[in-house]
Design a protein. Structure first.
Length: 195
């Protein structure tokens, strides 16, 4: 990985080596649509992207970005909390998801009161691990620099370190800006199928 790149770009660079046409993937916080656009380009053709966000503004921004980019991948837009992941994903796709991206915090240039919350983030992360294909990845970009994001980042770190190392491989990537408020990237790979 090119550690001089921003963490969102490192996440894309990392996943681009692994994703293929036809994959099923999830953007669990679609926000302004940058990650959904990236995913839709990676899995084209025949792939499927679930783009999830709790707020209308994010769903609309993501739809607009994809329209502008003119990518033909199937994207299912779902306005919901990602803690509902288990019911959002079609039953036939459970266990077949190649990658699930979480980019936590608030919508840039949007309402900064609507932020991901530790308890629902952890619920969603645990659901995400269950629906991954063996060898699939969950990526979590966490931002300790805002109120709520600090405790959420600590909780995600604790959650990641507590994962069973015989089932999940964890990589933690620090931001090139080495200070305490800098974002952190967690990459979790599922190594084997779980029940
Ligand atoms: C940092 S932004 C995501 C950026 C986005 N991935 C992109 O590429 O532009 C975080 C997003 O998380 C969303 N969010 C907050 N709580 C959520 C929840 N419980 N479920 C799903 N999305 C949530 C916010 O609405 C916001 O749009």
């Amino acid at each position: 990985m090119n550690t001089q790149l921003s963490l969102p770009k490192q996440t894309h660079e990392f996943l681009s080596q692994y994703l293929q046409a036809g994959d099923i993937v999830i953007d669990a916080t679609c926000g302004n649509g940058w990650d959904t656009l990236f995913l839709s380009q990676q899995v084209y053709p025949h792939g499927l992207v679930y783009a999830i966000d709790i707020q209308t503004a994010a769903i609309e921004a993501t739809q607009a970005r994809l329209q502008l980019a003119d990518v033909d991948t199937e994207v299912r837009y779902i306005q919901s909390g990602h803690e509902q992941l288990q019911t959002i994903i079609a039953p036939e796709n459970l266990g077949k998801i190649k990658a699930i991206m979480f980019n936590l915090g608030y919508l840039p240039r949007g309402n900064k009161q609507i932020i991901t919350q530790t308890n629902t983030t952890l619920l969603a992360l645990n659901s995400a691990l269950k629906m991954l294909l063996p060898s699939g990845y969950v990526t979590v970009l966490a931002y300790p620099g805002h109120l709520g994001g600090d405790t959420e980042t600590v909780a995600v770190n604790k959650w990641a370190l507590a994962l069973d190392a015989t089932v999940f491989k964890l990589t933690v990537v620090n931001s090139p800006q080495a200070h305490v408020y800098a974002p952190k990237l967690f990459i979790v790979q599922k190594l084997v199928a779980i029940g």
